[in-house]
Design a protein around this ligand. Structure first.
Ligand code: MEV
Length: 299
């Protein structure tokens, strides 16, 4: 049996702006998705509580279907044949922390091993990015990069040239669930409409976001948590100006204030997770307890 796993992710700085070739900073989280591959007499896919033969008609298996197709393409490119069949099983990662990228990356890794393809991290990143792009449309690929490399990364995809740099990990970062689903594809479209309508303003906003990311990279390397928190607040203000927050999210952000250096939306906006950089372990524990009492999921 082959086992591989990939971590979930959160965006720290630069969401949306990164889709336009600008840099962002993202991190992996301490929740992982596992994939198991074993030899079988037919190709079977098991995931999201469903089992199906390949190619699966289940909507829930669309990422796995395309991943298997891409592995067969890789085999063909290297003049190899899929000489054995397999069953692939995946565990679940909760929504909003990159389950699609984690499933694609860990399946590519496991199947590359199963067929002795020896795909490098760079190859896994590039194939994984193609898969997510084909299914979801316009995206930056940062979630795939986090699933491949883990840790905290500075990421930029400028005209298909990638810059991926490892940064120090942040301490005392709390992820808080907003209780709502964030539709990334729709929100990317919404920002694109704004970009077409007010190009100079949105370009200006992205330039400021670049400056935030640049400063945040330095502050992370210097472990200057007060500066990181300030920059999170500024980045959140920008996302709010793009109508990516709402009343409930603002209330949640305000609730974190006395425990934190800063807090912001993480990801496409209007749902999924917000992130809060707590002042220390004690503050993190206190904030987490208050949220738990209110039934607000956090980790
Ligand atoms: C969503 O998690 C972050 C966005 O920047 C989209 C992307 O980078 O692919 C909105």
């Amino acid at each position: 049996m082959i086992h591989s796993s990939s971590p979930g992710k959160l965006m720290l700085f630069g969401e949306h702006s990164v889709v336009y070739g600008n840099p962002c900073i993202a991190t992996s989280v301490n929740k992982r998705l596992d994939v198991y591959v074993e030899e079988n007499n037919e190709i079977l896919i098991e995931g999201m509580n469903k089992i199906s033969k390949f190619p699966s008609n289940e909507n829930e298996h669309k990422f796995l279907n395309l991943t298997i197709e891409k592995i067969f393409e890789e085999l063909e490119k290297k003049g190899k044949k899929p000489n054995k069949k397999f069953k692939i099983r995946t565990t679940q990662l909760e929504k909003g922390i990159g389950s699609s990228s984690a499933v694609v990356v860990s399946s590519l890794k496991a199947l590359s091993h199963f067929y002795n393809l020896n795909l490098s991290n760079e190859e896994i990143f590039e194939i994984g990015f193609k898969i997510v792009n084909e299914i979801q449309g316009k995206a930056s690929g940062y979630d795939i990069a986090v699933a491949v490399y883990g840790g905290t990364i500075f990421y930029q995809n400028f005209e298909n040239k990638y810059r991926i740099e490892k940064l120090k990990n942040l301490k005392n970062l709390l992820a808080i669930y907003t209780g709502k689903y964030s539709d990334t594809t729709e929100l990317i479209k919404e920002i694109h409409e704004k970009f077409l309508k007010y190009p100079e303003i949105i370009k200006g906003i992205f330039e400021i976001t670049n400056e935030i990311v640049k400063n945040a990279k330095e502050a992370i390397e210097n472990e200057d948590y007060e500066v990181i928190g300030n920059l999170m607040n500024i980045n959140h203000g920008i996302l709010n100006s793009l109508n990516l927050s709402d009343e409930e999210i603002e209330n949640l952000i305000n609730e974190t204030k006395k425990f934190c250096y800063g807090a912001k939306i993480s990801g496409a906006g209007r749902g999924d997770y917000i992130i809060a950089l707590c002042k220390d372990k004690e503050n993190l524990k206190n904030l987490s307890e208050i949220l738990n009492k209110k039934g607000i999921k956090n980790f």
